[in-house]
Design a protein. Sequence first.
Length: 144
Amino acid sequence: MPVVLAHAVATLVLVGMIWVIQVVHYPLFAAVGEGSFVAYEAAHSMRITWVIVVPWAVQGLTTAALLLAPPSWIPRWLVAVAAVLALIPVIVTIALSVPAHSVLSQGFDAAAHARLVSTNWLRTAAWTLHGGVAVWMLVLTLRR
């Protein structure tokens, strides 16, 4: 029960965070202004890391724990879906978001910004779906 609860809480925190980032924060990058953008991007990268690292680590650890020892009342396929959905933001972050932020760290670049916003929808979708799966697993746990 504690693993499923921690997994659901961490995943739902990530869902809320990614929606704020996607709908509010990333689009506002374009409004920062050339003169202060490099400092803004550096501050964003440092601060967002400290906010996201704990729930993302908890989600990763609890996903691994559920894969290694899935509770009998949660179907294995549901845990596998959660694991795939947890992996998508990792891949997108490494392959797409970090490179876009690297370009932006040198100064505002409209093309890199557009790539960041558009490809972040992949993380937003994956974490949102994962939130639904995590709630489903929590409901199954509470019903047992």
